[in-house]
Ligand binder design. Structure first.
Ligand code: NAD
Length: 262
């Protein structure tokens, strides 16, 4: 029997079949969850709808999370479709390409505000809109990256946005805990997705990652999906406000293994 049998999940952040949100959707489907999807812009619908059909979902609705009116309209549709639900996946981030290249000190005021709004504040906005529809025992999950804690070349303003996002996870978890609603984040290792392709030097970052991790491997979207199943299932009923690493152990390493002298 699936770990998410009888649970209903709303998933934000599928752009294509490389998206981390798609890895989560596939794993949720395998574990019996009923799924609904929201995508950012009209152009993405033709990619997201066929994917949703693959996992038996007919709810595919647009919502740009920087627009409060679109969030409100989306949750009205969710209420009509689901009534109440159990899982909210927030797999959304955005920064302008020019902010993910060069020096952090050159980040513009509006580039900073945009990245923080879409990548961190949107978790707060979506959580507030979802609250009246969330069942006790519900789980909210977002995606973060190690660049929130340590300097990663070119991650720049997104590192600051992820630090804010992780703080939002803790404050939301404290607010919603008494209602038995959990809020957590998965900190995933680098995965080649549309969003990742905006970070300058991503290929070399991934190569370096594989050499340095204790498990000597890269991360796949299914790795994130499988951990998300556990975290959103009742098996993790006592886990909230936490950042769970799915990074093959990268975050514990202080120095790469010295190479043997020739
Ligand atoms: P992705 O490009 O597939 O997903 C990013 C999603 O954000 C897209 O679906 C995009 O449409 C959505 N989005 C952007 N602006 C939006 C807006 N205004 N309204 C609604 N949706 C919007 O890339 P991904 O790597 O799967 O990213 C998912 C999450 O995982 C992000 O938060 C990302 O920072 C995080 N993450 C990624 C990696 C990685 O290496 N790929 C590592 C750790 C964490």
């Amino acid at each position: 029997m699936g770990l998410l049998e009888g649970k209903k999940a709303l998933i934000f952040g599928v752009a294509n079949d490389h998206s981390i949100a798609w890895g989560i959707a596939r794993a949720f489907h395998e574990h019996g969850a009923q799924l609904a999807f929201s995508y950012a812009s009209e152009a993405l619908e033709r990619r997201v709808r066929p994917l949703a059909e693959q996992v038996g979902s007919s709810f595919v609705e647009q919502c740009n999370v920087s627009d409060d009116g679109q969030i409100e309209a989306l949750f009205e549709k969710v209420r009509d479709h689901f009534g109440s639900f159990d899982i909210l996946i927030h797999a959304i981030a955005f920064a302008r390409r020019e902010e993910l290249n060069g020096r952090f000190v050159d980040t513009s005021r509006d580039g900073f505000a945009l990245a923080l709004d879409i990548s961190a504040y949107s978790l707060v906005a979506l959580t507030r809109a979802a609250l009246p529809l969330l069942n006790p025992g519900a789980s909210i999950l977002t995606l973060t990256y190690y660049g929130s804690e340590k300097v990663i070349p070119h991650y720049n303003v997104m590192g600051v946005a992820k630090a804010a996002l992780e703080a939002c996870v803790r404050y939301l978890a404290a607010d919603l805990g008494p209602q038995q609603i959990r809020v957590n984040a998965i900190s995933a290792g680098p995965i080649r997705t549309l969003a990742a392709s905006g970070v300058a030097g991503f290929r070399s970052l991934q190569r370096n990652f594989q050499e340095m991790t204790p498990l000597r491997r890269n991360i796949m979207i299914d790795d994130v999906g499988n951990t998300a199943v556990w975290l959103c299932s009742d098996l993790a009923a006592a886990v909230t406000g936490d950042i769970i690493y799915v990074d093959a152990g990268y975050n514990i390493v202080g120095m790469p293994e010295p190479q043997p002298k020739e």
